[in-house]
Design a protein around this ligand. Structure first.
Ligand SMILES: CC(C)(COP(=O)(O)OP(=O)(O)OC[C@H]1O[C@@H](n2cnc3c(N)ncnc32)[C@H](O)[C@@H]1OP(=O)(O)O)[C@@H](O)C(=O)NCCC(=O)NCCS
Length: 376
């Protein structure tokens, strides 16, 4: 037999263990661990910089290491002037995820350690990307709105700087808390599609920038990180709680997916949802916005009808909207946080040193008679 008809196709690679990892564990029973630490603990007790350090170095930092790491990140929240020039000439209507994908790829051309592919250089490269991706997101937003670019402040923590450089206004205590938790909760999530894409690219021994570029292109899709933006369009479409039932019923009748619901692994509530729901409630309440009540109603109706739960993207959308982030920048904010997980996985993939290359079951034809061009 020439073909692989005996092979079993695992559609969507569901439940396939493609590699071993120590970085994070997505527990189908509704828990998430980074290097063995429960996300519920981390989100209460550590800042995003500690989470990033943990993911990349596989251990929590000491006090001294954290101080140095924070200083390093702030010092690296800069962009080469050539990148800023390119951002300035980018058509304003471009989706920020397309811009991010292109500019991360371009960053490789200005890498200060261009020829060094050692483990240590790749780790430094990973940490520089953690610092620069949020700056890229903030810079495109501000240039697009004809606003001047802002420098990070040594007084602010990393996530606070990101929000400040993006919006131009200082975060208050509650906003500071929300953006830092948002970034912690989005930092990593097992072998999700974008992380897998990054690891496939890294598995060919390609460079860190290429692997991150693959990841950004993958996160952009609405079945993955692109869902949060779509959630907001849905919330925008529904005006009152009374409209929810008919709206959802109509979507389901048309066999459309409700964005921000369902999950490949969790068959119970996503462990990140409760934290994001809480933040969304607080932030909406302060602004006397009805968005939280509307979201809760959608959650109830979708659960009644489909028995599925909101995933990370549902309340992330409400949270970011309350922080003043425009819809199109929701997935870039996700990327600006997931960059720590992506780079941690890229480094782990280099250590594993195996090419990720599945096979396919060929279902096409064999033995066809060739017909020359002039006889077809
Ligand atoms: C995340 C997602 C891609 C997971 O897909 P999956 O693991 O392949 O799950 P399935 O598509 O097999 O879903 C199982 C069942 O739930 C239904 N379902 C899953 N998510 C749904 C959604 N968001 N809206 C409506 N129905 C949904 C499916 O239609 C299917 O029903 P069926 O058995 O009657 O056909 C899917 O839930 C989805 O598209 N969600 C919306 C996009 C989204 O929020 N993405 C962000 C993920 S974090």
């Amino acid at each position: 037999m020439i073909d692989g008809t005996e092979k079993v196709v695992v559609r969507g690679l569901r439940n396939v263990h493609a590699a071993e990892t120590r970085i994070s564990f997505v527990d189908p029973n509704g828990a998430l661990y980074y290097l063995g630490y429960d996300i519920d603990d981390l989100v209460e007790k550590v800042c995003y910089e500690e989470v990033t350090y943990l993911l990349i170095n596989k251990r929590l930092p000491t006090k001294q290491e954290l101080t140095e790491f924070k200083a390093f990140l702030v010092s690296e929240m800069t962009l080469p002037s050539q990148i800023i020039k390119c951002l300035k000439s980018t058509p304003k209507q471009c989706h920020p995820m397309e811009v991010l994908r292109t500019e991360v790829s371009r960053l490789s051309q200005y890498d200060p350690e261009y020829k060094d592919n050692s483990e240590a250089a790749n780790k430094r490269r990973a940490m520089r990307l953690v610092a620069k991706v949020p700056t890229l997101v903030a810079a495109f937003h501000r240039l697009r709105n004809n606003q001047k670019l802002l420098e990070p402040s040594k007084e602010f923590c990393f996530s606070e700087n990101f929000l400040f450089m993006f919006r131009g206004s200082k975060a208050d205590e509650e906003e500071k808390n929300a953006i830092d938790r948002f970034m912690t909760l989005h930092a990593d999530h097992g072998f999700n599609a974008s992380t897998f894409a990054a690891r496939v690219t890294a598995s060919t021994n390609s460079d860190v920038y290429s692997a991150v570029t693959s990841a950004i292109g993958t996160l952009k899709g609405p079945l993955h990180g692109g869902a949060s933006e779509k959630v907001m369009y849905m919330l925008d479409d529904i005006n009152t709680e009374e409209e929810v039932e008919d709206y959802i019923q109509g979507m389901l009748a048309d066999r459309k997916k409700i964005m921000g619901f369902g999950h490949r692994i969790y068959k119970t509530e996503d462990p990140r949802t409760k934290h994001l729901r809480g933040m969304a409630e607080h932030l909406c309440c302060r602004k006397s916005s009805n968005l939280y009540n509307l979201s809760m109603k959608i959650e109830t109706v979708v659960h009644e009808k489909k028995k599925i739960f909101p995933n990370v993207d549902f309340y992330a959308a409400v949270t970011l909207n309350s922080l003043g982030v425009p819809f199109e920048f929701f997935t870039p904010f996700f990327s600006a946080s997931r960059i720590s997980g992506w780079t941690a996985h890229i480094l782990e993939q280099y250590e594993d040193a195996v090419l990720l290359r599945p096979s396919t079951k060929y279902v096409g034809e064999f033995g066809k008679a060739f017909v020359p061009l002039d006889q077809r």
